[in-house]
Each structure stands twice: as structure tokens, then as C-alpha cells.
Design a protein around this ligand. Structure first.
Ligand SMILES: [Zn+2]
Length: 525
């Protein structure tokens, strides 16, 4: 009883948003639309952020017919009966509509701490709540992900659309011939692309040659290897993930490590990784960026996943942990030499300072890459290093702004650029007639504050009880209060609306149940 009441209260709070002039949709209306496929959906009075960084426009009505955007225009022009024949209507007055987000770097997890199950629906809900309608999985359980992909496409599960890029296996021998055979086999089994990590030059040549023959796209996490971004660019990789490999290609020689460096010790690995960009030769870094642009290599920096390294306290104290952090993930985040990315033991101010410097150089490099014509995309790689699914991609967008991009460009990275990266730019990534209806209806204007896209909502200023920009002129007697608002109200995938407050209420319930179970289990020991 209490849980239901609190769920409704949150729904009302989030809906309150910057659209307070409109009464929030009743819970009944929301549940009638949630996760059901209407034949004809009309979104009324929407301000549109198109996706390719052109300025917003509107208000307009958007008609979605059988999952495809069939009409965008003024209300009076809505074709063939308009709202009279719509079997679902969403009023977007005071709200902004933008394309669904492409999360170009993610992994599906069913548990984090061994033995503590974490329902995959937890992750699906969080990603949809953060506006992710398309997820590129770069490494995971191939057979499960293929099954979930089919179920997502058939709408029998509530999930973003999935593209599956399995890790390239070196097989038993690591020989180029064996790797080629593995790639041909995985392509037959339905791989959408390949994720490459840790290859020597001869192995990489075989992978790239085979991928090109089969028309497969490739993503790489380069690490500290014989190969650097230079090899990957020359051989035609589709995207470079993270920061590794790019600065490595700009070193005079190799990175300076102390003699006791061990790459299998993650304290060493992630501590020293924060010293990489400061050691790069700036001139050689410019040249490397030029090569990436020339070879049409995309850069998916995943800024958000390393953020704990530059500010551990911020990462550990994220307010949504209180109600939305699953105990399996919570256990995983704790310092452990066994869990990838849980390397915080005695993390020092010097390590944080070095990582901050690393971010400055790295962000400038990504900015230079984009200015020169390179394709920048967004991915969160969440489920590690205190980054929660969904919240990670929201934070990723904020960090693109920190890197010097305008919010309109950041949204382009997250939508249209993502579609281009995946080769889906003939059907998603823009609010365009004829495109698949992957749309977000945002409470407020995300160009004013990207934090409005966070599933937890954002701080807003209330001026005389109404949300207002915090630069609004104030007069004597005005009442100014701090409030909460924002959030995405609806994430629409393939024309099916998902009500974000409902998704988040379900997440909270999953977490409550798992925590209760943990208490009972512990009590019984
Ligand atoms: Zn990853």
C-alpha cells in the first residue's frame, strides 16, 4: 500500500516538471498507454529537437502510424481525421520531443556480485527511463543477447532495441586463421558487428580483413598493446571506444611505467592510465586525430565510466543510489581485486589530480576531433566503477557539454551520430517523417539543462510556485523556492510509449525486494 502511494507521489513530482501549467496526466491515463502499441498515436503541441543540431522548432503535432512517424505539422493540418481517429494522444504542451538516445557502448548484466541475481529487467527499465531506445552491446553473453534482441524486436519484452557486437575470440591457438574462422561463424549466427580487444598486429589484420569481406562494423577497446589507434585507423575500424590507444599512438616511445607495474593489478592499471594523456606529444596527438578523421573512424569516448577516478566521493555519493541501487551492483562496486573496475583502495588526491588533468587533455582531443569533422557518439559502459545503468548515459551527455560542446551538439552525438555509427541513419536518429518513432518527451527543455534527462529528475527553481529559469529577473515580494522537476515523461520506442515514472517505480520495487531478501538471507546465517 505504502509502496503504491509513494510510486504515485513520485510520478506526480516528476511530471510536475517545467510543464507545471498543464495538469499531470492521471495515473490511469499513463497506465492505459504504458507499454501498449497504439495503431495511431498523436503527440500534441511538441517543441521538436530534430537530432542533427539544427535549432528546435514548434509547437507541432507528431502523428505516429504503426510505429513510424507519418506526419509532423500544425494541428489544423493533421491528415485524415487527425485526433478523432487517434487511439492514443499525449499532450506535450511545455515539453520537448527529441529522438531516442543511442547508447553506443553498454553490456547486459544479470548479476554483478556472483550469487546475487540482478534481474535484467532492472537494467532495461533504467535504460528506457534514461531515454535509451537503441543499445549497442559491445561484448556479452552472445546467445542470450540474440534472444533478447529478437524479443525486443517483437515487443514481447520491455527493452531498448539491441545490437550485438560480441568480443572477437582468439580461439585456442590465437592464429589469424582460427580467428577468421570464428568471425565467419559468429556472422552466420547473427552478430551485428565485432568488439575487438587486445590484439597483436597480425591478428588485427586478419580480423579487419575478414570484417570488411563480411561487411561487419567493428568497435575496439585498444588497451596498452602492440597495436595503437594508428593501427586500428589504418586498418579501417569503425569506432574507437574510451581513451586508450589514441594517446598511446602519440607517445614518443612508450608510456613511462615504474618497474613494479603490473597490468593485471587494476590499482596499477587504472592509476597509471590516468597519467597517459599528459605523456602524449601534443603535435603527434594532432596528427593522430587527423588520421582518425581521414579514415572515418568514430570516437565513442565513454567519459562517464572513468569519472570516479577523478572524483571518488562524487561517484560514491550519487543520490539515486539510495532507492535505485540494486544490492548486486552495490556489492560489485565495493573495492575488490576480483571485480573489474573496483580498484579503489586508498585512492589518493594525486591520483585524482592526474585523472583531472587527463580529462582536460582527453576532452580537448575529442573536441578537436569533432571540429575537424570526426564522428563523436555517446556510450556509458555502466555497471562498473559506480556508474549505474541509465544514469551513466545522462551523465555522459553532461560530460560532453563539459568537453566544450553545446547542448544541441551533445544531443546530436547521442542521437543522429549514434544512428550513423550503427548504419541505421536511414531510419532512426531524427524526428523525421518516415523514420521509426523512437522519441523522448521531456519535461522541460534539455537544451536549457541536460540534467532534465536524468531519470532522477533535476533541481529546478520555482518562482512564485512555477518552474522558471534561474536567471529570471526577480521583483520585490517574489517567492523563490528550490524544487524538483524534469525527467523524461515518455520514452517511445518503435511507436510504443513507455511511461518513465512507471518504469522507475518498478525499478524501486525490484530493489526493495532484493534488499529485503538480502536482509533475510543474512539474518538466517
Ligand atoms: Zn565496455
Amino acid at each position: 500500500m505504502n509502496v503504491v502511494f509513494r510510486g504515485l507521489a513520485i510520478a506526480a513530482l516528476v511530471t510536475f516538471g517545467l510543464a507545471a501549467a498543464q495538469p499531470p496526466p492521471s495515473a490511469q491515463n499513463a497506465s492505459a498507454l504504458h507499454a501498449r502499441a497504439p495503431r495511431r498515436l498523436v503527440i500534441k503541441n511538441a517543441m521538436v529537437i530534430y537530432g542533427n543540431a539544427k535549432p528546435p522548432y514548434g509547437p507541432v503535432d507528431i502523428v505516429v502510424q504503426d510505429g513510424v512517424i507519418s506526419y509532423i505539422g500544425t494541428t489544423s493540418d493533421v491528415p485524415s481525421g487527425g485526433r478523432a481517429t487517434a487511439d492514443a494522444t499525449i499532450d506535450a504542451s511545455g515539453k520537448y520531443v527529441m529522438p531516442g538516445i543511442v547508447n553506443a557502448h553498454m553490456h547486459w548484466h544479470e548479476e554483478r556480485q556472483p550469487g546475487v541475481a540482478q534481474p535484467v529487467q532492472y537494467e532495461r527499465n533504467l535504460y528506457l527511463a534514461a531515454g535509451v531506445t537503441t543499445a549497442r552491446e559491445v561484448g556479452g553473453d552472445f546467445d542470450k543477447s540474440k534472444r533478447w534482441q529478437a524479443e525486443s524486436n517483437a515487443h514481447t519484452i520491455v527493452s531498448p532495441r539491441i545490437l550485438v557486437y560480441p568480443f572477437v575470440s582468439k580461439g585456442r591457438s590465437g592464429s589469424p586463421a582460427e580467428i577468421r574462422a570464428w568471425i565467419r561463424d559468429i556472422k552466420q549466427r547473427g552478430a551485428d558487428g565485432l568488439k575487438i580487444i587486445g590484439m597483436d598486429r597480425d591478428q588485427l589484420e586478419a580480423i579487419m580483413d575478414e570484417a570488411h569481406k563480411l561487411g561487419m562494423r567493428t568497435a575496439t577497446h585498444i588497451a596498452v598493446e602492440e597495436t595503437t589507434a594508428k593501427d586500428y585507423a589504418e586498418l579501417g575500424v569503425t569506432s574507437i571506444e574510451h581513451f586508450y590507444g589514441v594517446a598511446d599512438a602519440a607517445l614518443n616511445g612508450i608510456q613511462t611505467f615504474p618497474p613494479d607495474m603490473s597490468y593485471s593489478n587494476e590499482i596499477h592499471r587504472f592509476g597509471r592510465a590516468g597519467e597517459l594523456y599528459a605523456q602524449a606529444d601534443p603535435e603527434r596527438l594532432h596528427t593522430m586525430i587527423d588520421l582518425m578523421v581521414e579514415k572515418h573512424v568514430a570516437w565513442d569516448p565513454t567519459f562517464s565510466i572513468y569519472e570516479a577516478s577523478r572524483d571518488l566521493q562524487r561517484a560514491q555519493g550519487q543520490p539515486w543510489f539510495r532507492e535505485y541501487l540494486h544490492p548486486s551492483l552495490e556489492e560489485y562496486f565495493k573495492g575488490s581485486l576480483d571485480n573489474h573496475g573496483s580498484y579503489f583502495f586508498g585512492w589518493t588526491s594525486t591520483q585524482e589530480a592526474k585523472w583531472k588533468q587527463q580529462y582536460r587533455i582527453w576532452m580537448n582531443a575529442v573536441r578537436e576531433f569533432a571540429n575537424k569533422g570526426g564522428l563523436v557518439t555517446t556510450g556509458d559502459d555502466a555497471g562498473y566503477i559506480y556508474s549505474m545503468y541509465g544514469f551513466g548515459i545522462s551523465r555522459e551527455l553532461e560530460l560532453h557539454e563539459e568537453a566544450g560542446f553545446q547542448p544541441l551538439e551533445v544531443i546530436e552525438h547521442a542521437t543522429w551520430n549514434g544512428a550513423k555509427l550503427l548504419g541505421l541513419d536511414d531510419r532512426i536518429g531524427k524526428v523525421r517523417e518516415g523514420f521509426i518513432a523512437d522519441l523522448l518527451i521531456v519535461n522541460g527543455n534539455p537544451l536549457e539543462n541536460l540534467k532534465l534527462l536524468n531519470p532522477y529528475g533535476a533541481d529546478v527553481m520555482l518562482l512564485n510556485g512555477r518552474p522558471a529559469p534561474n536567471y529570471s529577473p526577480l521583483a520585490a515580494g517574489d517567492k523563490v523556492q528550490a524544487g524538483r522537476g524534469g525527467g523524461i515523461e515518455w520514452t517511445i520506442k518503435d511507436g510504443i510509449p513507455y511511461h518513465v515514472p512507471t518504469l522507475m517505480r518498478e525499478v524501486k520495487e525490484m530493489v526493495s525486494r532484493a534488499r529485503a531478501l538480502r536482509v533475510h538471507t543474512t539474518a538466517g546465517q
